[in-house]
Design a protein around this ligand. Structure first.
Ligand code: MF3
Ligand code: CO
Ligand code: CO
Length: 250
């Protein structure tokens, strides 16, 4: 069942999403060579609590930390660690999800440490564009699958691999709810979009193959199978009467 939020719920989603965007901005501003992903985690967690919210990932299905930090060939769900110290040339996705007054706000984007090659800059730029191309496909009475169709049409001609094993998701009182929002073209997920639905669009884009592996030891870290770079951007979105609203816009 896809939950339709009423206006009071939508206002709470706006509040949670605005906080998530702020925490992402502030945490991203701390990205620098020599900073550990655990320091980013601790900063984000403190700021979240200071604002009367909690970090949704902490203890979610056993996830051990408060944010996800995914560096270079890590696609998503990277676990912050003291030993993971950022260095020049790294790219990192920081993914923040807060729970404020019972509602979730979920957003992520890429940050860069020092100088990176042109092709890596292009990967990050194209990933952000792809997310927006997907979001721009949202319209009431359209279909969930319109989003993946648009993203696929934009990225695949450029030679990227679009991750298939993970998708965007409905969000609200729960972290992950229906609908599932694939980022590639496929035949399922034809549900109609209706005003009041809230879900994320969060394409994971690989420089090489779309195939990924889940870390057998920690059960969380997702990496590209070929070891090449991956990028991701995420917004929480609302379907409105005449289109969409990006709730996690900073
Ligand atoms: N924030 C991630 C998403 O976009 C989910 C992280 S689940 C966690 O859906 F447990 F790894 F935190
Ligand atoms: Co998400
Ligand atoms: Co997220």
């Amino acid at each position: 069942m896809i939950h339709i939020k009423n206006s009071a719920e939508i206002q709470k989603m706006r509040d949670a999403c605005r906080l998530a965007a702020e925490v992402l901005n502030e945490t991203g501003a701390r990205v620098a060579a020599g900073v550990s992903t655990l320091e980013l985690n601790d900063f984000a967690d403190k700021l979240t609590r200071k604002n009367g919210a909690v970090s949704a990932p902490l203890n979610y299905k056993g996830f051990p930390k408060s944010i996800c930090t995914s560096v270079n060939n890590v696609v998503c769900h990277g676990i912050p660690k003291k030993a993971d110290v950022l260095k020049d040339g790294d790219i990192i996705n920081i993914d923040i999800t807060v729970i404020l007054n019972g509602f979730h706000g979920d957003t992520s984007r890429m940050f860069v440490v020092g100088e990176i090659p042109k092709a890596t800059q292009q990967l990050i730029y194209d990933t952000d564009r792809a997310m927006h191309v997907g979001i721009e496909a949202i319209r009431p009475d359209g279909r969930v699958s319109d989003i993946g169709d648009a993203i696929d049409g934009f990225l695949t001609p450029k030679g990227y691999g679009i991750v298939r094993d993970l998708a965007g998701h409905g969000i609200g009182r729960t972290f992950h709810e229906e609908p599932s929002v694939p980022h590639y073209r496929q035949k399922r997920h034809r549900d109609r979009l209706r005003p009041g639905m809230t879900f994320t669009v969060e394409p994971m884009v690989n420089q090489g193959t779309w195939e990924v592996d889940f870390d057998p030891d920690d059960g969380w870290t997702v990496r590209t199978r070929d070891g090449k770079l991956s990028a991701q951007c995420e917004h929480t979105c609302l379907v409105t009467d005449d289109g969409y609203e990006i709730l996690t816009q900073a």
